[in-house]
Design a protein around this ligand. Structure first.
Ligand code: IPM
Ligand code: MG
Length: 354
């Protein structure tokens, strides 16, 4: 098949991890006779430096036209003090909104070889953990009005959800639950927030259309605790943008390292945005220390969800497992008795395993 993929390396470790994912995509294309055209565009801080804004209209346009977009990470201390309206993160939010990718899929499983990196007690890990977090991505307090009073003495951010916004992400979550364990837990704060009450009412009403799915609701504070105490109880979790941001970092800790975690952001069509859930890690950038596996696994999700190449996606995932089973580790997932490798070497090992 032919596909056009836009690569947005971004900042910090973004360029070095995306270089590995690009080589993995090239290797899988060569192996299966696909033609992937890929072009790299600046995004986040790199785009601020080049064009004065974190996401240019041309870049957004190219992303909208592509079959899929693969992004590294954005942000860094260099841009921490600039006008909040053009921070690197703003570019990422504008990209998500502009591409209309409202459903962010963040899977959490513990690779057996990495169980030692999981901070939970072994008895909690006795039951298999396989959680798919579905985070709403283009609404909520992230996109409500952000205001600071002229005197600088108060500030507010508006948490707002509409029924259609809740419905469309809930449908994605119900459908995904149907293809898995048939259980959906909706997480909100309906005991306090009006937006959460609307969320719960809407998800409950939709639930009637999915009688084969066991729907439960949980307050976000309890969900944060349950993820640690009894993570195996969860199958698919659906939640709003802010709660999903927080809970997905928590579930990444359970999986051993943020560096391992891929994500897929999907909208109405097949095109999607794929990014590891970690940040730009400026402290280790450019030193060949980053873990490229979350990025490489994001490329696998791209093949699966946007290009329909399930077999190729599974091969990349198997290659990553193979490399971990062989004992190779980047620093973030290193434990005694393993072989420590850098970012480039980890990428090369994955390609070799392919
Ligand atoms: C994430 C990140 C982003 C978010 C930041 C960089 C804006 O934390 O993808 O989880 O909050 O969505
Ligand atoms: Mg986050």
């Amino acid at each position: 098949m032919k596909a056009h993929i836009v690569l947005l390396p971004g900042d910090g470790i973004g360029p070095e991890i995306i270089a590995q994912a690009r080589q993995v995509l090239e290797a899988i294309a060569a192996k299966h006779g696909h033609t992937f055209t890929m072009n790299e565009l600046p995004m986040g801080g790199a785009s601020i430096d080049a064009h004065g804004e974190p996401l240019t209209a041309d870049t957004l346009d190219a992303c909208r036209k592509a079959d899929a977009v693969l992004m590294g990470a954005v942000g860094g201390p260099k841009w921490d003090t600039i006008d909040p309206a053009i921070r690197p993160e703003r570019g990422l939010l504008a990209l998500r909104k502009g591409m209309g990718v409202f459903a962010n899929l963040r899977p959490c499983t513990i690779h057996p070889a990495l169980a030692v990196a999981c901070p939970l007690r072994p008895d909690i890990l006795a039951k298999p953990i396989d959680i798919l977090m579905v985070r709403e991505l283009t609404g909520d307090i992230y996109f409500g009005a952000h205001d600071t009073a002229p005197d600088g003495q108060s500030a507010s951010d508006l948490m707002i959800y509409t029924v259609p916004e809740i419905e469309r992400v809930a449908r994605v979550a119900f459908s995904l639950a149907r293809g898995r364990g048939k259980r959906l837990c909706s997480v909100d704060k309906a005991n306090v927030l009006a937006a959460s009450r609307l969320w719960r009412e809407t998800v409950t009403r939709l639930g009637a259309e999915y009688p084969d799915i066991e729907l439960t609701h949980m307050y976000v504070d309890n969900a944060a605790m349950q993820l640690i105490l009894r993570p195996a109880q969860f199958d698919v979790v659906v939640t709003g943008n802010l709660f999903g941001d927080i809970l997905s970092d928590e579930s990444a800790a359970i999986a051993g390292s943020l560096g391992m975690m891929p994500s897929a952001s999907l909208g109405d069509g097949k095109a999607g945005l794929y990014e590891p859930i970690h940040g730009s890690a400026p402290d280790i950038a450019g030193r060949d220390l980053a873990n490229p596996l979350g990025m490489i696994l994001s490329a696998a999700l791209l093949l699966r969800h946007s290009l329909g190449l399930e077999g190729e996606a599974a091969q990349i995932e198997a290659a990553v497992s193979g490399v971990l089973n062989s004992g190779y580790r980047t620093g973030d997932i290193f434990s005694d008795g393993c072989q420590k490798v850098g970012c480039g070497e980890m990428g090369r090992l994955v390609i070799q395993a392919l």
